[in-house]
Design a binder for this molecule. Structure first.
Ligand code: OGA
Ligand code: ZN
Length: 374
C-alpha cells in the first residue's frame, strides 16, 4: 500500500505526492462529494448534496493525521473530512487516466472452428460450481461465445443454468421462445429457411445483450449453425478500410420490428457499430431481415449502402465465419450485440428440429462476473 508523503494545494485541487513518487490531483468538488460521511450507511446512497456548496468551495486547511489519513477542513459548511489513503489511491482519477486501456475482448475468426472445444463448458460444472459459472461468464464476456455441453433436453430446462446468472430478459416472444417451423410464421426464425447471419431484435433501443439457444432436437437434414465475431470484422475495417468504418460508426441506420402479430410499432435508429468511452467496440447492429427503409440524407445514401454492403459481406466471409452443428443438449450462448448468428435451411420432413431461446441482459452477465471475481 502506498502512503501519502506530501500534500500541497492550488486553486482547484489538493496535490498529493505518494511514497512511490506518483502524483495525484484531487479536485475540491470531487473530494467534498466523496467525503466518507456523504453516504447513508445502509442504502449506500449519497445523502450529501454537492449542489448545496458554492462555486468557491476550497480546502481551507489540510494535513495528514497521525494514522495517515488525509484531513481536510472545508471553507464552508463547517465540515471536516477524513480520507483513507488506500481509498484515494484506488479511486485516483489522475492515475486511472494515465493507464493504457486494455480491451476485455478476445477477437476471433474462422480459425476458432478448428478449436471449438476451447469455448465448450459442461452443464454440470456450471450448475455445481462457481468456477464453472465463472468460466462460462468469462467466455461470454471475453470471446462473446460459449457452448454449454450435455444440458438436459427437457423443455425449459435451460432455466437451471441461466438462473445461475440472473433473471432472463422478457420479450413478446416469451421465455423461452420456441424456434420451430410453424405455419404463418411471424418471424423468419420460425420457418425452415436459412437465416443469414444476424442479431436478434436490433430494432429495440437496447437489444438483448446475450442470447442462449438450447438445442432439444436437431435430427432434420440441414439446420447447421454459423457465427461470426462482429467485433473482429469491425476491427478489420478499422485497420484496413477506415472510411467504411467511419460511416458504420457515424451514420444511424433504421431498424423496425415487422411482426404482424404485434399491436405495437417498434423501431430504432442506431449506427451499425457503436463504441465505448474508451473507443472500444460496444455493439454491432446488423440484420438484413429487419433493417427498415433507410432515411439518411440523399447526399450520403450511396456511401451508406456501400458501407453496409461491405460490412455485411465480411460478416459472411469464410475468413471470419465459423460453421458448426448443434447437438441436442447444447446451449449455444453468445453476445447478441457482438456476434451474428445464422443457420442453413433444413428439411422439416426429414426429422425434427426444436431449439428454445432465452435472452439475458448484458448488465446481468457482467454484473454477476464482477461479483464472482471480486
Ligand atoms: C433465432 C435464430 C437460429 C437457429 O431464433 O433467432 O437465429 O439455428 N435461430 O434456428
Ligand atoms: Zn436469431
Amino acid at each position: 500500500m502506498q502512503n501519502i508523503s506530501k500534500i500541497q494545494k492550488d486553486k482547484k485541487n489538493l496535490i498529493v505526492q505518494w511514497s512511490d513518487g506518483e502524483e495525484s490531483l484531487f479536485n475540491y468538488f470531487w473530494l467534498r462529494d466523496n467525503c466518507p460521511t456523504a453516504h447513508d450507511k445502509d442504502s449506500n446512497h449519497r445523502m450529501f448534496n454537492i449542489l448545496e456548496v458554492s462555486e468557491n468551495l476550497e480546502a481551507e486547511d489540510f494535513k495528514l493525521t497521525e494514522d495517515g489519513k488525509l484531513e481536510v477542513k472545508w471553507s464552508e459548511g463547517n465540515h471536516i473530512s477524513y480520507y483513507d489513503p488506500k481509498w484515494l489511491r484506488e479511486n485516483c482519477y489522475t492515475l486511472k487516466n494515465k493507464q493504457k486501456y486494455n480491451s476485455p475482448y478476445q477477437l476471433w475468426d474462422s480459425s476458432l472452428e478448428q478449436n471449438l472445444e476451447s469455448v465448450f463448458i459442461e452443464y454440470d460444472k456450471i450448475l455445481n460450481s462457481d468456477e464453472g459459472l465463472i468460466e462460462w461468464l468469462e467466455l461470454l464476456h471475453h470471446k462473446g461465445i460459449a457452448i454449454v455441453k450435455n444440458a438436459p433436453i427437457e423443455k425449459n430446462s435451460g432455466f437451471n443454468v441461466l438462473n445461475r446468472i440472473s433473471h432472463t430478459r422478457e420479450t413478446f416472444f416469451k421465455t423461452p421462445f420456441e424456434v420451430i417451423s410453424i405455419p404463418k410464421p411471424n418471424n423468419s426464425a420460425y420457418t425452415s429457411h436459412a437465416l443469414r447471419n444476424h442479431m436478434d431484435l436490433p430494432w429495440f433501443e437496447t437489444p438483448p445483450g446475450f442470447q442462449f439457444l438450447h438445442c432439444l432436437i436437431n435430427s432434420a437434414d440441414g439446420g447447421d449453425s454459423s457465427a461470426v465475431d462482429g467485433f473482429a470484422v469491425a476491427d478489420y475495417l478499422k485497420n484496413n478500410e477506415k472510411e467504411i468504418f467511419d460511416i458504420l460508426v457515424n451514420v444511424p441506420l433504421k431498424f423496425r420490428d415487422k411482426d404482424y402479430t404485434q399491436q405495437s410499432i417498434r423501431g430504432f435508429h442506431a449506427p451499425a457499430i457503436s463504441l465505448t468511452k474508451d473507443g472500444d467496440f460496444n455493439d454491432i447492429r446488423f440484420s438484413v431481415a429487419t433493417m427498415d427503409a433507410l432515411d439518411c440524407h440523399p447526399d450520403i445514401m450511396d456511401k451508406v449502402y456501400r458501407a453496409h454492403h461491405r460490412f455485411g459481406n465480411l460478416l459472411h466471409d469464410k475468413k471470419f465465419q465459423i460453421d458448426f452443428r448443434m447437438q441436442p443438449g447444447d446451449i449455444f450462448s453468445f453476445n447478441n450485440r457482438r456476434l451474428l448468428h445464422g443457420r442453413t435451411a433444413f428439411n422439416p420432413n426429414s426429422g425434427h428440429r426444436h431449439l428454445q431461446g432465452y435472452y439475458i441482459d448484458r448488465d446481468e452477465v457482467l454484473g454477476r462476473l464482477n461479483y464472482l471475481k471480486q
